[in-house]
Structures are given as C-alpha cells and as structure tokens.
Ligand binder design. Sequence first.
Ligand SMILES: [Zn+2]
Length: 87
Amino acid sequence: MKEELAKEARFERLRLERTPTGDIVMPLKDEHITSDEPAHVICPVCKEDKRVSVMTEDEYWYRCPSCKYLAGKKKRPPSSRRGPMVV
Ligand SMILES: [Zn+2]
C-alpha cells in the first residue's frame, strides 16, 4: 500500500510529451531534475501497468527495455545510402 502511494507520487512528477515523430513518452518534469535525479524518460506503456520503466535513448529513439516500446525521438534525416547526392 505504501509502495503504491510512492509510485503514484513518482508518476505525478512526469509529464506527457509528444515527440516530433508523434510518439508519446513521459519525461521527468524540468523542476524535478536535480544532480541526484538526472533527466530521464519513463515508458508510457509500462506506466499503464503501474510499472516504472526508464527508457534508454540514443540519437533517434527511446526504447523500453521492459516491454520493447519504441518511440521516435526526432525525425530521421534523409538517407544518404541511395546515391552520391549529399544534402
Ligand atoms: Zn515499457
């Protein structure tokens, strides 16, 4: 019971954010980012199951290691593999 409340409190510190690719992620609110708690993103799918799962991120993707939810972080640049044309 106490644990449930702690989890609810943790979710209240998150905000919903739509990424440029139209996917949903739940980053920590700016005012809660400290040196002890760096910015991170929580999986919105796991959140529905009341699980706190921190997503890993690289340049273009957020990935949930728990449920494999994948959210685009930003639009990919045009592929340069098609030919010699350089943008
Ligand atoms: Zn997940």
